[in-house]
Design a protein around this ligand. Structure first.
Ligand SMILES: [Zn+2]
Length: 337
């Protein structure tokens, strides 16, 4: 048995916890994925029971990785929506899952699986994945921005992940565009997230879209309208949807221009809504609007590109957290040099 074990190649398990589903995969150090799976989050009143289901999936993946691919799992990385304490591996609060409050995810999973476990904010983890294997590959200074529910961001600066005090850097969604502006989910006014975050955008559309509008037709009912219906209607050329996309691009460009002045990134990678909307509806106008808002000397210094990882982003994000945790990523070695 011990002889067999010595021939196994090392890999990690990446887990991406979302509000509705949890994505899992086994990844080697080069980001090749094996044994991908997806399970509904199905959060209950018992966080222990919910975590126990994650443990069962980890054990099953571990066996499949060994038996099917000859891979030995050396760590587990978990990407989760914040706020969380990455250093202590504690999930502080999960949106829409009240029972998952102040839960020591790392220690629980570590004890139950016997594997080293690492926890990180999903946007911080996603920038690592885009930087290692996606659209920010090779960049020294990169920003990843996601806007599915809220607006999350991850930063790579001077060739290393940038976390700030207690890992709280990169809350770019709450940088303010207008102190008198629209109310944000965080309680303040005029945050970028109040204009381009998926939840706020959906709320706006449900309030202003008429019952006969294409977005409402696509959603089936007014209270079912979300950002995806806006993107779908805009792709059909619907005038209201195009106007709303224009507004979205306008506010996002204001935020991006601020980030260009603050970080001077080489590349800004955008996931979710912009990636779904694509070049003509989002990226082309967004680049033009952002360039128009920064100094001419900076206008060609950055790229704005869609996420390149597709459905693999979640599990690869988790895998990056694990690989960084066990210092197998070159990025970590570089950062220590
Ligand atoms: Zn805010």
């Amino acid at each position: 048995m011990f002889e067999k074990k010595s021939t196994l190649r090392t890999a990690v398990i990446g887990i991406d916890i979302g509000g509705t589903k949890i994505a899992y995969a086994v990844s080697d150090a080069a980001g090749h994925l094996y044994c991908e799976s997806q399970r509904p989050t199905d959060a209950t009143d018992s966080v222990e029971n919910d975590m126990q289901r994650i443990v069962a999936e980890v054990q099953s993946l571990r066996e499949r990785a060994r038996d099917t691919h000859g891979l030995s799992i050396s760590a587990v990385g978990v990407a989760a929506p914040g706020p969380l304490d990455a250093t202590r591996g504690v999930l502080l609060r999960a949106v829409n899952i009240p029972s998952w409050t102040r839960f020591p995810v790392r220690d629980f999973l570590q004890t139950a699986t016997g594997l080293p476990v690492f926890l990180a904010n999903d946007a911080d983890a996603a920038v690592l994945a885009e930087w290692q294997w996606g659209a920010a590959r090779g960049a020294q200074h990169a920003i990843y921005l996601t806007m599915s529910t809220g607006v999350g961001a991850g930063l790579v600066l001077n060739g290393a992940p940038y976390a700030g005090v207690a890992g709280n850097a990169g809350e770019l969604g709450h940088t303010v565009l207008d102190w008198q502006g629209e109310l944000c989910g965080c309680g303040r006014r005029g945050c970028l997230e109040a204009y381009v975050g998926g939840a706020n955008l959906g709320r706006r559309l449900r309030a202003i879209a008429s019952k006969s509008s294409r977005v409402c037709q696509l959603a089936g009912a007014r209270d079912a309208i979300s950002a995806k219906h806006l993107v779908a209607a805009a792709k059909e050329g619907d005038a209201f949807a195009l106007e709303e996309m224009e507004r979205f691009n306008d506010f996002l460009a204001k935020g991006l221009a601020n980030f260009v002045f603050t970080f001077a990134p080489e590349v800004i990678v955008l996931g979710t809504i912009p990636t779904a909307a694509g070049e003509a509806l989002c990226f082309e106008p967004l680049r033009a609007k952002t360039r128009a808002r920064v100094w001419a000397e900076l206008a060609d210094s950055f790229r704005i590109v869609p996420s390149a990882l597709g459905d693999r982003r979640g599990p690869l994000s988790g895998a990056c957290v694990a690989l960084q945790g066990i210092s197998e990523l070159s990025v970590t070695r570089h950062a220590k040099e």
